[in-house]
Write a protein that binds this ligand. Structure first.
Ligand SMILES: *Cc1c(COP(=O)(O)O)cnc(C)c1O
Length: 230
């Protein structure tokens, strides 16, 4: 039987190989397992295999898993769309938020973080595919958003996240990743700061994402198998 530990090691080897092909350091790319909808027991297996950061998309699920698994040392990365009225959960339980998609949400999160006396690493989500169903800032709107969010001193703006178009064809997927890199470049040129985290790549497209410059691949299905239906 293939275990979660096996899948983590196999996926890590594929990330490393993609790094080598691209002339990049393997240590420059994080493999972030996405445990949404999967059981706390599966998360314990990932933890036992040496992974301590896990991605979750729904705030309530993140909170309940954090509470249930408080006997193990884990950090929680929130990757899904967040409603303002749930910002308090993320301020309390998350160690990073990768899906900031509006300025008012950033301001609400900043207030909740101030109340909790915490800071939070944050990535801005960018809609690089132009698909209406996907969240995130338009690439052209990111510089203005960062300008408005810079007064939120509890948010540490560390980079960008995207979900690429889903396609059998590499080109539309590559175009999304390239757009994220270009948006990062624009931020660096405008603000003179690194914004060096690029969270891009999922089970279907992570090797291409690494080739394009990803520093964090978010792998759900490849690690934990198909998501159970709720
Ligand atoms: C679920 C999810 C993933 C993981 O997707 P897989 O295709 O199962 O690897 C990655 N990123 C986000 C934002 C997700 O919601």
């Amino acid at each position: 039987m293939v275990t979660i530990a096996d899948r983590l090691h196999q996926a890590r080897a594929r990330v490393d190989a993609a790094c080598h092909r691209a002339g990049r350091e393997p240590a420059s790319v994080e493999l972030l397992p996405i445990s949404k909808w999967h059981s706390p027991a599966s998360i314990r297996e990932a933890h036992a295999a040496g992974w301590t950061r896990l991605g979750e998309s729904r705030p309530q699920e993140l909170r309940s898993k954090a509470e249930e698994l408080d006997d193990v040392e884990l950090s929680w990365v929130a990757i899904g769309h967040l409603q303002t009225n749930k910002a308090k959960i993320i301020a309390a339980y998350a160690d990073e938020f990768q899906a900031l998609d509006s300025v008012p949400l950033g301001q609400a999160l900043d207030r909740r973080l101030a109340q909790a006396d915490r800071e939070l690493p944050v990535l801005l989500e960018v809609n690089t595919s132009g698909e209406a169903a996907k969240g995130g800032f338009a690439p052209e709107g990111v510089v203005d958003a960062v300008r408005m969010l810079r007064s939120c001193d509890r948010l540490r703006l560390e980079g960008l996240m995207t979900l690429a178009a889903r396609s059998q064809d590499q080109e539309p997927v590559r175009a999304c990743f390239t757009r994220l890199v270009e948006t990062q470049q624009r931020l660096q040129d405008t603000f003179g700061e690194p914004f060096d985290t690029l969270s891009m790549g999922m089970s279907e497209d992570f090797e291409l994402a690494v080739a394009c410059g990803s520093t964090c691949v978010r792998l759900g299905t490849l690690i934990f198998g198909p998501r159970p239906t709720r």
